[in-house]
Design a protein around this ligand. Structure first.
Ligand SMILES: [Zn+2]
Length: 926
């Protein structure tokens, strides 16, 4: 839930009383002030999430403590009473909990939140998790040696954030935050403090602020609430508040009642962005009136978004991006914000176009038709939530209670919120919405923040110019907004249904395979994992591989052009209106060796989803104006690509790895020029012209009987030519041998390393599993060595990908950021870890950790429709058998340190190794 603003409106739903917490949550406060929230929930089964929420953040730091709220968070993983040194992470890994992906924490200005998901089938683990929470609450050790090791890691975390965005933020934050304490308390802190602070300084922070009357434990999951409540009382009851308790001040950003302006340019910034923030006091979201305001604001934002969409898509649009909304800004402030990216040669025109809609809105308001649509969409969203109320994930619930505790944000429960929503939608009037414009969009407390590439600095307006542009627009004689009239149907004719000519069932996985009269195959897997969720995907062999290099740019961009052009009788804007209140989506795709569609739907909207699928097959639209708009915007987007260090590094890497293959390298003006709209359209039509090549897979709350006529109507009616297509093997693969390239770009003192090990292999489920195991174990080792032992990196990543088609290929990418002077040392350490895997094999402990992680994520995966959809479709596309969980267990049993040592020797020889390094430009030889 977002926070709302405070504006009183007469209504049937208006009460200043706080909405009570969902009665399904057990909550209480111990005599020492420690709060807890517990809820039983079985989605997913056999799991619980534990959160420790602290009303403690960087805002509470003294000057000498800047960065230590966040440092404290790190130290909670580096030694507590019951888990000295790094024992905590290692212990949890053995239980199948991954560091970073599962186990996590964050620190912001006002709060620090720790998160731990655990399996609940072992009662010991629930007890231990409660113990860990207690350790986090008050028992971090702050060992001097561990602090020293952590300094380097946090400095690396800080280094990762150094960029043009960060440099510019430093300049405009004091303005946006009115010079308040927030501008001086960036959670990451200062180098000076991070390098030099004494253990006493951080211990003092901990002692002052980590105290029960600022803390809450939130547990949601497959647990016994009574037993856990008892446990919490006994484990947390003796936590003490400090004797000389400091006051937990609620810091605010003062409103200065003045307009401010700042224009900043940076040579690594890639677009011109004009932002307006109009600030005003915020109000907590705790009462019915607050909730009513939240709903209204959400309707307002939705309608505004719909007004901007056609403007952005118009031919010769002078904007490459635009958005506006009313939202929470920070601390005690809300803001109306507008962000417009004008094209560099049309800054004035672009900005005026964006501002004109706001002025039009202030003058004429929204229309009844718009409000009606926005209400339908909001209601549909609320109904979807309601339908899944007993299948809502524990994590979603827990996050709500965390916000309830920290910021008093209502957590009334899904049913109660739905009732309120219906009442509010029933009586909110157009006049209420239009009043928001005048209460929010004012000429006071207004900040202009302009960001631009260095080269465009001279063309930026100053404050007087910008204000005069606004005034000129305000003096124009505007016409009221005219809604996109739309009574058109999507399809010109109702499709002539085909027939289901064959049906087979597969009992192990509960699959039905239907063959339609046009040769199209449909696989259905009904599940009860959600109450109202159907996911689907469709694929045919082919994709871009079927076309020559000359056509590549056209085919690769075909779907994005098509998607912006609308479909059937409707433009994109008309389509979004047509789909008002529906919970569904459909997207065609063309990948390298396949093409098809993917989507999702509620049960009631399945018919609409399939109608749209039919339309994307049979009635794609060609729209020259939209095409020109897309190409124009793409030109603007890549105009400054060469100034952004990460884009330059990415493009260089692709060039080196794929030896300048034009299908693999980054975007360029030359490539844009090769996109031919007619060709893209013809190729799209060709790819989707033959139903007999496609297989659809549907997973979820499927009513097979009800679905059959829909399948016959919308899929059975797609024309077929019975001409089997296939993909081509273009033999695109990473360069062989040992290659090294240094790229010099960017002004920050930072490096990025990307090591790629690759080769050909005979793809099999076993080889794939072994390489995934090795990947995870290597990642654990790199974390232990490069981060914890050498303090040289923040978060090293190992990414594995293995493919069977068009050629058997495996790839390991090892990626990390670090200080430029540490690159050689850290690369040597990473390669040394690979050598060790080859020579000695992994430790039994790390193999066990991987097995635990794998089994645990398989258990939760099997409880999601998305997992099943991907499992079934990838097995089919790769000609692999579906494997039942028990069979997986057998495969796991076969994996040992010895077998992985063989895998490492075989695949990680280092024979094909590409080392790419991004370094600061001033290190490059002239
Ligand atoms: Zn951190």
């Amino acid at each position: 839930m977002q926070l709302a603003f405070g504006q009183k409106v007469q209504s049937t739903v208006s009460s200043e009383k706080a909405i009570p917490l969902d009665p399904l949550v057990r909550t209480g406060k111990l005599p020492n002030g420690f709060t807890y929230f517990i809820r039983h929930n079985e989605s997913p089964k056999g799991r619980a999430v534990f959160y420790l929420a602290n009303k403690v953040g960087s805002i509470l730091e003294t000057d000498e403590q800047r960065g230590l709220a966040h440092f404290t968070e790190h130290m909670s993983f580096n030694g507590t009473t019951n888990f000295p040194k790094n024992k905590l992470v290692s212990y949890l890994q053995q239980a199948g909990v991954r560091f970073g992906a599962d186990l996590n924490a964050y620190t912001s200005f006002d709060e620090t939140v720790y998160e731990l998901p655990i399996p609940t089938d072992k009662p010991d683990l629930i007890k231990t998790a409660t113990r860990i929470m207690r350790d986090w609450a008050q028992e971090a050790l702050f060992d001097a040696e561990e602090i020293d090791k952590e300094r380097g890691i946090i400095l690396e975390e800080k280094r990762l954030a150094q960029s043009a965005q960060e440099r510019m933020r430093k300049q405009y934050f004091p303005i946006l935050l009115n010079g308040s304490r927030y501008t001086e308390r960036s959670p990451i802190g200062t180098d000076e403090v991070l390098k030099n602070f004494k253990p006493e300084t951080i211990k003092a922070f901990y002692k002052d602020w980590y105290r029960p009357n600022l803390q809450a434990l939130i547990v949601v999951g497959d647990i016994d609430v009574d037993a856990l409540e008892k446990e919490i009382k006994s484990v947390f009851g003796d936590l003490k508040n400090p004797t000389a308790e400091k006051q937990r001040t609620k810091y605010e950003v003062p409103l200065k009642n003045q307009n401010q302006f700042i224009a900043i340019s940076d040579k690594e910034q890639t677009s011109i962005q004009i932002q307006i923030f109009i600030k005003q006091p915020a109000q907590a979201l705790s009462t019915e009136t607050d909730y009513r305001n939240l709903v209204m604001r959400s309707l307002y934002n939705q309608m505004l978004r719909q007004r901007y969409e056609p403007i952005l898509l118009k031919e010769n649009s002078s904007l490459s991006a635009v958005s506006a909304s009313m939202n929470r800004l920070i601390a005690n402030l809300d803001a109306f914000s507008l962000s417009a990216n004008p094209k560099p040669e049309e800054i004035e025109k672009g900005f005026k176009t964006a501002w004109r809609e706001i002025v039009r809105l202030k003058q004429f308001g929204f229309t009844e038709v718009e409000l009606d649509r926005a209400k339908k969409n909001f209601l549909s969203y609320s109904e979807s939530r309601l339908k899944e109320h007993d299948k809502t994930s524990s994590d979603k619930y827990a996050k709500e209670y965390v916000q309830y505790f920290l910021n008093g944000v209502m957590a009334a429960g899904i049913q109660k919120e739905h009732e309120l929503t219906k009442l509010i939608l029933g009586d909110v009037q157009l006049a209420d919405l239009n009043r928001l414009s005048s209460s929010y969009i004012k000429n006071e407390n207004r900040d202009f923040i302009l960001l631009a590439p260095e080269k465009d600095k001279a063309s930026l307006p100053n404050q007087a110019a910008l204000e005069s542009w606004m005034k000129q627009v305000e003096e124009e004689k505007l016409e009221p907004y005219v809604d996109v009239a739309n009574n058109k149907s999507l399809l010109s004719h109702s499709p002539t249904p085909g027939k289901i000519i064959k049906q087979e069932t597969e009992p192990t996985f509960n699959l039905s395979t239907l063959t339609l009269s046009n040769g199209l195959k449909v696989i259905l897997k009904p599940t009860e994992l959600k109450n109202d969720e159907i996911l689907f995907t469709a694929f045919a062999k082919g994709g871009t591989s079927r076309y020559e290099d000359d056509d590549y740019q056209s085919v690769a961009n075909a779907t994005s052009i098509l998607l912006s052009s609308g479909v059937g009788n409707l433009s994109l804007t008309e389509l979004s209106i047509y789909l008002t209140g529906k919970s569904m989506q459909v997207r065609p795709y063309v990948s390298t060796i396949a093409h098809g569609m993917s989507g999702s739907s509620s049960g009631k909207d399945l018919s609409s989803a399939l109608e749209l699928v039919h339309a994307y097959f049979t009635a794609p639209r060609k729209d020259p104006a939209t095409f020109k708009n897309i190409i124009d915007r793409a030109y603007t987007a890549i105009r400054s690509r060469g100034d952004d260090p990460n884009s330059v590094f990415q493009d260089s890497t692709l060039s080196v790895v794929y030896k300048d293959n034009p299908r693999m390298t980054g975007p360029s003006f030359e490539k844009l020029a090769r996109i031919d709209q007619d060709r893209a359209f013809d190729i799209y039509k060709e790819l989707f012209s033959d139903a007999s090549n496609f297989t659809f897979v549907f997973v979820g709350s499927i009513d097979t009987l009800a679905m059959k006529p829909l399948l016959e109507k919308y899929l059975g009616s797609i024309p077929a030519a019975n001409f089997k297509t296939d993909f081509k093997n273009l033999n695109i693969q990473p360069a062989k041998g040992k290659i090294e390239k240094l790229v010099y770009k960017g002004s920050e003192k930072k490096a990025t390393v990307n090591l790629l090990l690759s080769g050909n292999f005979d793809f099999s489920t076993d080889a794939n599993l072994a390489l995934s195991a090795l990947k995870e174990i290597l990642q654990i080792r790199l974390l232990e060595r490069l981060r914890e032992e050498e303090s040289g990196v923040y978060s090293p990543q190992v990414v594995y990908s293995g493919s069977k088609y068009p050629i058997g290929l495996y790839q390991y990418n090892i990626v990390f950021g670090c200080a430029p002077e540490n690159v050689d040392k850290l690369v040597a350490s990473a390669l040394d870890e690979i050598e060790k895997l080859k020579n000695d094999g992994p430790s039994q402990l790390n193999v066990d950790k991987w097995k635990a992680e794998f089994s645990r994520s398989l258990e939760t995966g099997l409880q999601s429709n998305a997992y099943w959809l991907s499992l079934i479709s990838s097995s089919l596309q790769n000609n692999l058998d579906l494997i039942i969980p028990e069979a997986y267990q057998k495969k796991l049993d076969k994996i040992s340190p010895q077998s992985l040592k063989e895998t490492a020797k075989r695949y990680l020889s280092g024979e094909n190794c590409i080392k790419m390094v991004l370094l600061p430009e001033n290190m490059g030889t002239k």
